[in-house]
Design a protein around this ligand. Structure first.
Ligand code: URA
Length: 243
């Protein structure tokens, strides 16, 4: 592939920036300075920029701990785009947000440049579980557990929800809810339908990947190889027989 593409995909920066770095002689490929951004390089080439080694990766997947005030939609008028929580050198890549969170909701958001991974993780066919912790205005009840397990129907829109698992520990105003789909304001609307209100909401897991304990609010880090493998496995991305 072209050197400039290699550098962009490795996350060095946008195409114009990397082209300037190459022309300025700051990029060394397999031990030699290279001045042509279009020169061919192999995916496994040893590349340094200002002496710092980079590796080319086939797609980026990051875990972000969304803070309040950030928006997962691409419309930035309503808040700060979640992409801003990624390092500046990566923001120009073609990121896909895996499942939306409301502006006031915190927790795990997976961002990936792998369109097929994002598509499958959000497609209802794969029923990938999303785990939320909600604090409620009133205690949850066993009737709520049964209603969610059966599958609510929203009055008004008539939307029929898939079964969802509601549980709690000692305090029934702090509950865990696992959904297998992602509808607009779903958790808040589910509790509203049960005459309760969500006070705070946090997503703590997306499928097999949990919000890392050591990832601060507003922090972001690349998914580990194990996390990425788990995400790919849950939607059978490496299984040619998958539907
Ligand atoms: N349910 C909601 O109500 N809001 C979210 O952001 C996610 C799930």
């Amino acid at each position: 592939m072209r050197l400039d593409r290699w550098l962009v995909e490795a996350g060095v920066g946008p195409r114009r920036t990397v082209a300037d770095l190459v022309r300025d002689g700051r990029v060394v490929v397999d031990g030699s300075a290279v001045f042509d951004p279009g020169c061919p390089v192999s995916a496994t080439a040893a590349v340094t920029v200002d002496g710092r080694p980079w590796v080319w990766v086939d797609g980026h997947t990051w875990l972000v701990h969304k803070a309040e005030g950030y928006v997962t939609s691409t419309d930035s008028h309503d808040g700060i785009p979640i992409i801003q929580l990624l390092p500046a050198r990566l923001r120009h890549l073609a990121w896909k947000t895996v499942g939306r969170l409301d502006k006031d909701v915190t927790g795990l958001v997976v961002l990936t440049t792998d369109g097929e991974l994002a598509h499958r993780l959000t497609h209802p066919r794969w029923e990938v579980g999303k785990t939320y912790i909600a604090t409620l205005a009133r205690p949850a009840t066993v009737a709520d557990v049964a209603a969610f397990a059966y599958g609510l129907t929203f009055r008004g829109s008539g939307e029929e929800l898939r079964p969802a698992e509601l549980s709690w520990g000692d305090d029934p105003t702090t509950v865990t809810l696992v959904l297998h789909e992602g509808r607009y304001h779903q958790v808040k609307r589910m509790f509203r339908a049960r005459e309760n209100d969500v006070l705070t909401l946090r997503r703590v897991a997306h499928g097999p990947v949990r919000l890392p304990d050591d990832l601060p609010v507003g922090g972001a880090r690349p998914a580990t190889a194990a996390e990425l493998a788990a995400l790919r496995a849950v939607v059978r991305l490496d299984d040619p027989a998958a539907p």
